[in-house]
Design a protein around this ligand. Structure first.
Ligand code: IPD
Ligand code: CA
Ligand code: CA
Length: 258
């Protein structure tokens, strides 16, 4: 597998997403607050066709069409538009996310924001990059001066356990950090962490296609990932915590187990 081919697929898919961003679109509801457009579906179809023809030996797991297991020896996880709510509302913070995993290990990732034309990528063991510039996490050591990104799960609309977790975590953490950012695309949250723009990130209910690419980019930039208990992260885990490594323990201490 070549990272250059993956990058080209993301760039080409970006033209579909960019066209959609500047057009009026049909919005449908997958859930009370979980939206989808014809561009999510169209972009996913394009990426699947490309990946299928270049990498037929991989199982393709894409947000709008996948059902079933997340675990295969050779898998590619695809989010055609991560940040659909931003996409629909004309906020230029969204990305195409393509992550390659082999035997449970993240090996390659590409995250592309076609509106700002920012391309992030990483290959295991070879570093993480944005448009050719090597990425490194921040060296922030103090939680009180750390900028922390998060996101809210669609299940918040049920006002149940997920909503309560979000509120409890914010209550615990907000007085002890610089500030919170809810930017709206988990794949980019991980790239911003890899770039040192934010120092930590946490969320619940993320799916493999939200994080599969961002994980390899962050790890290659020197970051750390776990579940909220501090154990190594598994796609079935409800919680996801990431950091520059230096604030990881302090961040975990302020979050609530679920
Ligand atoms: C969502 C975004 C958002 C996160 C949600 C995700 P989508 O993905 O990554 O930041 O908070 O949990 O589902 O639905 O825009 O692909
Ligand atoms: Ca997503
Ligand atoms: Ca999506």
């Amino acid at each position: 597998m070549k990272i250059e081919t993956l990058k080209q697929i993301a760039l080409d898919a970006g033209t579909i997403v960019k066209e959609g961003f500047y057009s009026s679109k049909e919005v449908a509801h997958k859930g009370t607050v979980d939206l989808v457009t014809e561009y999510d579906v169209k972009t996913e179809k394009f990426i699947l066709e490309q990946l299928q023809s270049h990498f037929p030996e991989y199982v393709l797991i894409a947000e709008e069409s996948h059902k079933g297991s997340y675990y295969y020896d050779k898998a590619i996880y695809i989010d055609p538009i991560d940040g659909t709510t931003n996409f629909i509302h004309g906020i230029p913070h969204l990305a195409i996310s393509i992550g390659v995993w082999e035997h449970g290990v993240p090996t390659m990732g590409v995250v592309y924001n076609p509106i700002l034309e920012e391309l992030f990528w990483a290959t295991r063991g070879e570093g993480a990059y944005r448009d050719g510039v090597r990425l490194h996490v921040s060296d922030q050591e103090n939680l009180q001066t750390s900028l922390i990104a998060t996101g809210f799960p669609y299940a918040k609309a049920d006002a149940g356990v997920e909503f309560r977790w979000v509120v409890e975590c914010i209550t615990n953490i907000l007085p002890h950090i610089l500030d919170i950012r809810r930017i709206g695309a988990a794949s980019l949250d991980l790239c911003y962490l890899a770039q040192g723009k934010v120092d930590g990130f946490y969320e619940i209910d993320l799916k493999p296609w939200d994080v599969a690419a961002g994980i390899v980019i962050l790890l290659e930039a020197g970051g750390e990932i776990s579940n909220v208990k501090g154990e190594s992260f598994d796609f079935e885990d409800k919680s996801f915590v990431a950091s520059n490594t230096k604030i990881h323990k302090a961040l975990l201490k302020r979050l609530v187990e679920i």
